[in-house]
Write a protein that binds this ligand. Structure first.
Ligand SMILES: [Zn+2]
Length: 232
Protein backbone atom coordinates (compact mmCIF):
# COMPACT_ATOMS: atom_id res chain seq x y z
CA UNK A 1 0.00 0.00 0.00
CA UNK A 2 1.29 3.45 -0.80
CA UNK A 3 -0.38 6.42 0.79
CA UNK A 4 0.07 9.43 -1.44
CA UNK A 5 -0.97 11.86 1.25
CA UNK A 6 1.91 10.93 3.50
CA UNK A 7 4.46 13.69 3.78
CA UNK A 8 7.34 11.63 5.16
CA UNK A 9 9.97 10.02 2.96
CA UNK A 10 8.63 6.50 2.94
CA UNK A 11 11.00 3.61 2.76
CA UNK A 12 11.11 1.86 -0.58
CA UNK A 13 8.20 -0.55 -0.40
CA UNK A 14 8.98 -2.54 -3.48
CA UNK A 15 6.37 -0.60 -5.43
CA UNK A 16 6.78 2.38 -7.69
CA UNK A 17 8.34 5.32 -5.95
CA UNK A 18 6.37 8.51 -5.92
CA UNK A 19 8.20 11.60 -7.13
CA UNK A 20 8.02 14.18 -4.34
CA UNK A 21 8.06 17.47 -6.17
CA UNK A 22 5.01 17.00 -8.36
CA UNK A 23 1.32 17.56 -7.72
CA UNK A 24 -0.98 15.05 -6.08
CA UNK A 25 -2.87 14.46 -9.33
CA UNK A 26 0.43 13.84 -11.08
CA UNK A 27 1.57 11.46 -8.36
CA UNK A 28 -1.64 9.48 -8.56
CA UNK A 29 -1.33 9.32 -12.34
CA UNK A 30 2.26 8.07 -12.11
CA UNK A 31 1.34 5.44 -9.52
CA UNK A 32 -1.48 4.01 -11.63
CA UNK A 33 0.63 4.23 -14.79
CA UNK A 34 3.35 2.18 -13.07
CA UNK A 35 0.87 -0.46 -11.96
CA UNK A 36 -0.36 -0.78 -15.54
CA UNK A 37 3.16 -1.01 -16.98
CA UNK A 38 4.29 -3.54 -14.40
CA UNK A 39 1.15 -5.60 -15.06
CA UNK A 40 0.16 -5.23 -11.41
CA UNK A 41 -3.14 -4.10 -12.88
CA UNK A 42 -3.69 -6.89 -15.41
CA UNK A 43 -4.72 -6.01 -18.97
CA UNK A 44 -8.50 -6.17 -19.33
CA UNK A 45 -9.17 -6.15 -15.58
CA UNK A 46 -11.67 -3.87 -13.85
CA UNK A 47 -10.34 -0.75 -12.15
CA UNK A 48 -12.59 0.54 -9.40
CA UNK A 49 -12.21 4.12 -8.26
CA UNK A 50 -13.13 3.19 -4.68
CA UNK A 51 -10.36 0.62 -4.35
CA UNK A 52 -7.78 3.13 -5.66
CA UNK A 53 -9.15 5.74 -3.24
CA UNK A 54 -8.49 3.27 -0.41
CA UNK A 55 -5.11 2.15 -1.71
CA UNK A 56 -3.69 5.63 -2.21
CA UNK A 57 -5.53 7.41 0.60
CA UNK A 58 -6.72 10.25 -1.63
CA UNK A 59 -10.11 11.57 -2.71
CA UNK A 60 -12.00 10.57 -5.86
CA UNK A 61 -10.99 13.68 -7.79
CA UNK A 62 -7.30 12.94 -8.46
CA UNK A 63 -8.13 9.30 -9.18
CA UNK A 64 -10.74 10.27 -11.79
CA UNK A 65 -8.36 12.83 -13.24
CA UNK A 66 -5.59 10.25 -13.55
CA UNK A 67 -7.92 7.67 -15.10
CA UNK A 68 -9.13 10.26 -17.60
CA UNK A 69 -5.56 11.00 -18.61
CA UNK A 70 -4.77 7.28 -18.92
CA UNK A 71 -7.91 6.87 -21.01
CA UNK A 72 -6.51 9.50 -23.38
CA UNK A 73 -3.34 7.44 -23.62
CA UNK A 74 -5.26 4.31 -24.51
CA UNK A 75 -4.25 2.46 -21.35
CA UNK A 76 -7.63 2.66 -19.64
CA UNK A 77 -11.11 2.19 -21.10
CA UNK A 78 -14.29 3.72 -19.73
CA UNK A 79 -17.48 1.83 -20.45
CA UNK A 80 -20.92 3.31 -19.90
CA UNK A 81 -22.56 1.94 -16.72
CA UNK A 82 -19.64 -0.41 -16.07
CA UNK A 83 -16.79 1.95 -15.35
CA UNK A 84 -13.06 1.76 -15.87
CA UNK A 85 -10.93 -1.18 -16.95
CA UNK A 86 -7.34 -1.64 -18.04
CA UNK A 87 -7.09 -1.79 -21.83
CA UNK A 88 -6.66 -5.34 -23.13
CA UNK A 89 -3.30 -6.32 -24.57
CA UNK A 90 -2.86 -5.36 -28.19
CA UNK A 91 -3.46 -8.21 -30.63
CA UNK A 92 -0.69 -9.92 -32.55
CA UNK A 93 -2.00 -8.26 -35.70
CA UNK A 94 -1.93 -4.78 -34.18
CA UNK A 95 1.57 -5.47 -32.87
CA UNK A 96 2.78 -6.35 -36.38
CA UNK A 97 1.02 -3.30 -37.81
CA UNK A 98 2.62 -1.00 -35.24
CA UNK A 99 6.09 -2.29 -36.03
CA UNK A 100 5.50 -2.04 -39.77
CA UNK A 101 4.44 1.59 -39.26
CA UNK A 102 7.47 2.32 -37.10
CA UNK A 103 9.83 0.74 -39.63
CA UNK A 104 8.34 2.87 -42.39
CA UNK A 105 8.67 6.12 -40.47
CA UNK A 106 11.35 6.05 -37.79
CA UNK A 107 14.54 5.04 -39.67
CA UNK A 108 13.88 7.74 -42.25
CA UNK A 109 13.21 10.27 -39.49
CA UNK A 110 16.43 9.27 -37.72
CA UNK A 111 18.31 9.96 -40.96
CA UNK A 112 16.73 13.40 -41.24
CA UNK A 113 17.46 14.16 -37.59
CA UNK A 114 21.10 13.12 -38.09
CA UNK A 115 21.43 15.45 -41.07
CA UNK A 116 20.53 18.47 -38.92
CA UNK A 117 22.18 17.35 -35.68
CA UNK A 118 23.96 19.85 -33.45
CA UNK A 119 25.45 19.86 -29.96
CA UNK A 120 22.33 21.04 -28.18
CA UNK A 121 20.07 18.46 -29.88
CA UNK A 122 22.63 15.77 -29.16
CA UNK A 123 22.70 16.77 -25.49
CA UNK A 124 18.89 16.51 -25.35
CA UNK A 125 18.96 13.00 -26.82
CA UNK A 126 21.83 11.91 -24.57
CA UNK A 127 19.86 13.11 -21.55
CA UNK A 128 16.72 11.25 -22.67
CA UNK A 129 18.70 8.06 -23.32
CA UNK A 130 20.69 8.48 -20.09
CA UNK A 131 17.62 8.43 -17.84
CA UNK A 132 16.82 4.94 -19.11
CA UNK A 133 20.21 3.60 -18.08
CA UNK A 134 20.08 4.93 -14.53
CA UNK A 135 19.67 2.42 -11.75
CA UNK A 136 19.65 4.81 -8.74
CA UNK A 137 18.17 2.33 -6.28
CA UNK A 138 14.82 1.93 -7.99
CA UNK A 139 13.65 -1.66 -8.07
CA UNK A 140 13.37 -3.52 -11.35
CA UNK A 141 9.64 -2.89 -11.69
CA UNK A 142 9.89 0.85 -11.08
CA UNK A 143 12.77 0.97 -13.52
CA UNK A 144 10.74 -0.80 -16.15
CA UNK A 145 7.93 1.71 -15.90
CA UNK A 146 10.39 4.62 -16.14
CA UNK A 147 11.99 2.97 -19.14
CA UNK A 148 8.65 2.64 -20.95
CA UNK A 149 7.92 6.33 -20.56
CA UNK A 150 11.45 7.47 -21.32
CA UNK A 151 11.72 5.32 -24.43
CA UNK A 152 8.64 7.14 -25.72
CA UNK A 153 10.33 10.49 -24.93
CA UNK A 154 13.57 9.47 -26.67
CA UNK A 155 11.86 8.33 -29.85
CA UNK A 156 9.51 11.32 -29.86
CA UNK A 157 12.44 13.72 -29.51
CA UNK A 158 14.03 12.21 -32.61
CA UNK A 159 10.76 12.77 -34.47
CA UNK A 160 10.79 16.41 -33.32
CA UNK A 161 14.28 16.86 -34.74
CA UNK A 162 13.25 15.13 -37.98
CA UNK A 163 10.88 18.06 -38.46
CA UNK A 164 7.64 16.52 -39.79
CA UNK A 165 4.97 17.28 -37.19
CA UNK A 166 2.29 15.23 -38.95
CA UNK A 167 4.42 12.08 -38.91
CA UNK A 168 5.31 12.76 -35.29
CA UNK A 169 1.64 13.10 -34.30
CA UNK A 170 0.73 9.94 -36.21
CA UNK A 171 3.19 7.96 -34.12
CA UNK A 172 2.35 9.74 -30.86
CA UNK A 173 -1.33 8.94 -31.32
CA UNK A 174 -0.57 5.19 -31.26
CA UNK A 175 1.06 5.34 -27.81
CA UNK A 176 3.16 2.50 -29.11
CA UNK A 177 5.64 2.42 -26.26
CA UNK A 178 3.01 2.11 -23.55
CA UNK A 179 1.35 -0.78 -25.35
CA UNK A 180 4.45 -2.74 -26.27
CA UNK A 181 6.07 -2.47 -22.85
CA UNK A 182 2.93 -3.85 -21.29
CA UNK A 183 3.22 -7.04 -23.35
CA UNK A 184 5.99 -8.46 -21.28
CA UNK A 185 7.79 -7.57 -18.10
CA UNK A 186 11.38 -8.64 -18.65
CA UNK A 187 14.76 -7.03 -17.94
CA UNK A 188 16.04 -8.13 -21.36
CA UNK A 189 13.52 -5.81 -22.97
CA UNK A 190 15.30 -2.84 -21.44
CA UNK A 191 18.94 -3.97 -21.19
CA UNK A 192 19.44 -4.72 -24.87
CA UNK A 193 17.61 -1.58 -25.93
CA UNK A 194 20.15 0.52 -24.01
CA UNK A 195 22.98 -0.64 -26.31
CA UNK A 196 20.85 -0.03 -29.38
CA UNK A 197 20.04 3.52 -28.23
CA UNK A 198 23.79 4.01 -27.76
CA UNK A 199 24.34 3.02 -31.41
CA UNK A 200 21.70 5.54 -32.52
CA UNK A 201 23.34 8.28 -30.42
CA UNK A 202 26.76 7.39 -31.91
CA UNK A 203 25.40 7.86 -35.43
CA UNK A 204 23.85 11.20 -34.37
CA UNK A 205 27.16 12.28 -32.80
CA UNK A 206 28.86 11.69 -36.15
CA UNK A 207 25.92 13.32 -37.98
CA UNK A 208 25.77 10.32 -40.31
CA UNK A 209 22.24 9.95 -41.74
CA UNK A 210 22.79 6.49 -43.28
CA UNK A 211 24.24 5.11 -40.06
CA UNK A 212 21.40 6.68 -38.06
CA UNK A 213 18.82 5.09 -40.35
CA UNK A 214 20.45 1.69 -39.98
CA UNK A 215 20.85 1.99 -36.20
CA UNK A 216 17.17 2.92 -35.84
CA UNK A 217 16.03 0.12 -38.14
CA UNK A 218 18.14 -2.41 -36.20
CA UNK A 219 16.72 -1.15 -32.90
CA UNK A 220 13.09 -1.39 -34.01
CA UNK A 221 13.59 -4.84 -35.57
CA UNK A 222 15.32 -6.12 -32.45
CA UNK A 223 12.63 -4.62 -30.24
CA UNK A 224 9.99 -6.42 -32.33
CA UNK A 225 11.87 -9.71 -32.06
CA UNK A 226 12.29 -9.34 -28.29
CA UNK A 227 8.58 -8.76 -27.69
CA UNK A 228 7.05 -11.12 -30.22
CA UNK A 229 7.39 -14.17 -27.91
CA UNK A 230 4.69 -12.52 -25.78
CA UNK A 231 2.21 -13.91 -28.32
CA UNK A 232 3.49 -17.52 -28.26
ZN1 LIG B 1 13.93 2.64 -28.05
Amino acid sequence: MQNLNSTGQDEVTGQGQIPRASSLAGDVYEAIFSQLMELKIAPGSRITVDSLVKEFGVSHTPIREALGRLEGEGLVLKTHLIGYSAAPQISRQRFDELYELRLLLEPDAAGKAAASMDESKLATLREAAGVMGRRDGADERARYSTFARQDAVFHDQIMVFAGNELIRQTLTFQHTHFHIFRLMFHARVTEEALDEHEAIIDAFAKAEPIAAQKAMRDHIEHSRDRLRPAFD
